[in-house]
Design a protein around this ligand. Structure first.
Ligand code: SAM
Length: 203
């Protein structure tokens, strides 16, 4: 692999108030979803620590680590992190397979005037499956939907930064996909669990 680790300092520089407000509005919406989970069970959905991820993206912006503006979230759920990236000045796109979640994210963006977009589709570029050493635990491979990049004529190597919250056991596969399809210099930010976030750069 050609990925090198960049150490995050996570000094928690104060986030812009719009980002704080956006995170609390989204939390309220997601709370409602969990209260009514049985009406629309989506077992692959689970949210990351939005504050931690917002701090990490903010740090990438403040330290000028991103060599471009195009941001993509792999599996954006309600679009919270995509919205954070948009509010921090990036050209933010979230890719999500589930139609319900795409609708929710779009509604939240519209309601809160957040500059971000959602593409319904597969975040895995065509050819990713061949990189999987063992398909069994890889939930991202269970979606048969077409790659979102094709419909928008924007391949993954147009993007300067990718954010992903992989299911346990998928992180290595997602790193392989990024390593194969992202462009040199691009960043991969991965939330791995409580207090655990990683940043890689493709050399
Ligand atoms: C663990 S959740 C993370 C949600 C959000 N990124 C966050 O951090 O709060 C993973 C999301 O990815 C979506 N997903 C999984 N595999 C996918 C694929 N191949 N293409 C598009 N979306 C996918 C799931 O529907 C789910 O919403």
């Amino acid at each position: 692999m050609t990925l090198s680790t960049i150490e995050l300092q996570l000094l928690e520089s104060p986030l812009p108030p719009q980002v704080e407000q956006w995170i609390s509005a989204c939390r309220a919406r997601i709370e409602l979803y969990w209260d009514r989970f049985k009406e629309k069970p989506l077992p692959q959905y689970i949210e990351c620590d939005f504050d931690l991820v917002a701090n990490a993206i903010h740090e990438c912006v403040l330290r000028d680590l991103i060599d471009g503006l195009l941001f993509v979230e792999w599996g954006c759920g309600f679009g919270v992190v995509t919205g954070i990236a948009g509010l921090l000045g990036l050209d933010a796109i979230g890719i999500e397979a589930e139609e319900f979640l795409c609708l929710q994210a779009r509604q939240l963006f519209d309601k809160h005037a957040v500059p971000a977009e959602v593409w319904q589709g597969n975040f895995l570029p065509r050819g990713s499956r061949e990189l999987a050493e063992e398909e069994d635990p890889l939930v991202s491979l269970t979606h048969t939907i077409e790659p979102a990049y094709d419909q928008h004529d924007m391949p993954l190597d147009d993007f300067a930064i990718v954010f992903a919250y992989p299911w346990p056991g998928e992180e290595h596969f997602l790193r392989l996909v990024f390593d194969r399809f992202a462009r040199p210099g691009a960043l991969l930010l991965m939330f791995r669990g409580p207090y655990h976030i990683e940043l890689f750069q493709k050399r």
